[in-house]
Ligand binder design. Structure first.
Ligand SMILES: *[C@@H]1O[C@H](CO)[C@@H](O)[C@H](O)[C@H]1NC(C)=O
Ligand SMILES: *[C@@H]1O[C@H](CO)[C@@H](O)[C@H](O)[C@H]1NC(C)=O
Ligand SMILES: *[C@@H]1O[C@H](CO)[C@@H](O)[C@H](O)[C@H]1NC(C)=O
Ligand SMILES: *[C@@H]1O[C@H](CO)[C@@H](O)[C@H](O)[C@H]1NC(C)=O
Length: 462
């Protein structure tokens, strides 16, 4: 009897709160300044719209300086007995990585590898934006569709190198292939960082939308993970008439309504999530300890990016530990118990050092971390983009070891045309990098569904 009453009481309170949240007015789509200037003031009106070819170049001075810093690092503090990556990057393991970077990593060969796709720079709103653009080689008459692929932190355009060939080739069962545009986020890799505060995900969405317009694409598809997922979602929210479809491999919708559902689900999981997937969300205490243990970097970068940046920009060993560590736990949380962090479970040293070089060579670690501070600013939060619905057809690819999982009912709160979700039983946070073939296949599936959605919509509108 007591239990029945408790259930009824919780249900009644829950229903009441639910009703209140559902009835809250959604904020209006904010009007962002499409020409907001992020570069030095004296350059305003003096930049042009040219698109210049770009090549990665690790020059001799950079390589010699890097090698000498790697070889002359001070002795590391030995790890504690029996410890893998629980305290962070294991200092015994790091020796092998430093040795590899200084002596085996072939800068010439890797430079060549990184230059295998055409790359460019163009100035948008005062910032030189670096991007890869690959146009598929397909027979005449074959449909080519543009897609913007966006990385996050601590990744780079390097995450997409293995997937690009799959996306730009004909695939059995599909009558289209992708023209891929892969930009470095502002302040990441070879893209300039802003010179004044305020450049967060919504403003980056404007920059990338302007980039697509400059390349001649008035309508396009978007894809993203990590910050790239938030930017892809922001473009879909701000420019719903320009985005043909939105594919995300980190789908999260953080509204009060969803927090409430999350909480109700912690008592009655079957109300919010399919039982076979409940362990991706609950018990909530697992999630909370996960956040407390793994998100220290986030708080640091959202508050004091320049302080930690001073150290990381000066020490390649420090940068390696700080960045590469994330590829251990974000790929598989339990790899933290391993002495080598399980880093080579899905990645090679060359792959992860390539990514590192895109922070070291352009000295972009500090500007990359500032993105956290900007996204946490009142200005960004007050836009409440997460609460604004978007009709852009959306598809979520949900890896088993992604940092968060939300069921379709949560995602539909924002993405009213969520066409489907792919629930993977494998993979982690850096999905395009880790499982490029599976990633590409899912992007094809999604875009096929987006195209069918538009055809159907056109028919019913006629
Ligand atoms: C490094 O790569 C270049 C270009 O691929 C190659 O010619 C050279 O032999 C390589 N060096 C070593 C030490 O393997
Ligand atoms: C970034 O800011 C937006 C808007 O406040 C918020 O919805 C989102 O959760 C933030 N993302 C991260 C990863 O902090
Ligand atoms: C979504 O995907 C599942 C699994 O691939 C499939 O069975 C289902 O028919 C799809 N639903 C829609 C609406 O396309
Ligand atoms: C749908 O209609 C619009 C304009 O009416 C057109 O531009 C677009 O190409 C059509 N899309 C498809 C998939 O047929």
């Amino acid at each position: 009897m007591g239990r029945v009453l408790t259930v009824l009481a919780v249900a009644a309170i829950g229903a009441g709160i639910w009703y209140v949240f559902q009835c809250c007015d959604a904020p209006q789509v904010p009007k962002l300044d499409l020409d907001e200037w992020w570069g030095p003031k004296d350059l305003k009106g003096r930049t042009d719209a040219s698109i210049r070819p770009f090549h990665v170049k690790f020059d001799e001075a950079l390589i010699q300086d890097l090698k000498s810093r790697l070889k002359n690092h001070r002795p590391f503090t030995p790890p504690l007995e029996g410890i893998g990556f629980e305290y962070g990057f294991n200092s015994k393991t790091i020796e092998t990585w430093i040795q590899y970077w200084a002596e085996k990593y072939n800068f010439t060969a890797r430079e060549k590898f990184l230059n295998q796709f055409p790359q460019f720079k163009t100035n948008i709103q005062g910032l030189d934006i670096h991007f890869i653009r690959v146009t598929p080689q397909v027979p005449q008459g074959f449909k080519v569709v543009p897609i913007l692929l966006m990385h996050g932190w601590p990744g780079s355009v390097r995450e997409f190198y293995e997937a690009i060939p799959f996306l730009t080739q004909q695939r059995p069962g599909y009558d289209f292939a992708f023209e891929v545009i892969v930009p470095s986020l502002p302040g990441y890799g070879f893209s300039d960082g802003a010179v004044r505060p305020g450049l967060a995900a919504p403003q980056t969405a404007v920059i990338f939308r302007n980039l697509m317009h400059r390349l001649g694409f008035k309508k396009f598809y978007v894809q993203g993970g990590d910050w790239g997922a938030l930017i892809a979602s922001s473009i879909s929210t701000l420019f719903p008439n320009e985005v043909l479809g939105h594919h995300t491999n980190m789908a999260v919708v953080q509204t009060n309504c969803n927090y409430l559902k999350l909480f109700i689900g912690s008592i009655f999981p079957s109300l919010v999530v399919d039982p076979s997937l409940a362990d991706r969300m609950y018990p909530l205490s697992n999630f909370i300890s996960y956040v407390l243990e793994e998100f220290g970097y986030f708080h640091l970068q959202a508050t004091k990016p320049d302080t930690v940046g001073t150290a990381l920009n000066d020490s390649p060993a420090g940068l390696l530990a700080y960045i590469v560590e994330k590829f251990s736990t974000w790929t598989r949380l339990d790899h933290k118990k391993k002495l080598d962090g399980g880093l080579e479970f899905r990645f090679t040293k060359d792959q992860l050092i390539d990514n590192l070089m895109l922070y070291w060579a352009p000295k972009s670690i500090t500007t990359s971390m500032r993105f956290y501070a900007e996204n946490m600013s009142d200005k960004t939060r007050n836009m409440k983009l997460e609460q604004i619905k978007t009709p852009v057809p959306t598809w979520a690819l949900q890896a088993k070891h992604e940092l968060f999982y939300q069921p379709p009912s949560f995602l539909k709160v924002k993405y009213t045309n969520l066409l489907n979700t792919t629930v993977l039983d494998d993979g982690g946070h850096f999905l395009a990098f880790e499982l490029p073939q599976i990633f590409a296949e899912d992007v094809f599936k999604a875009v096929k569904a987006f195209r069918e959605f538009h055809v159907k919509k056109n028919k019913t509108e006629l």
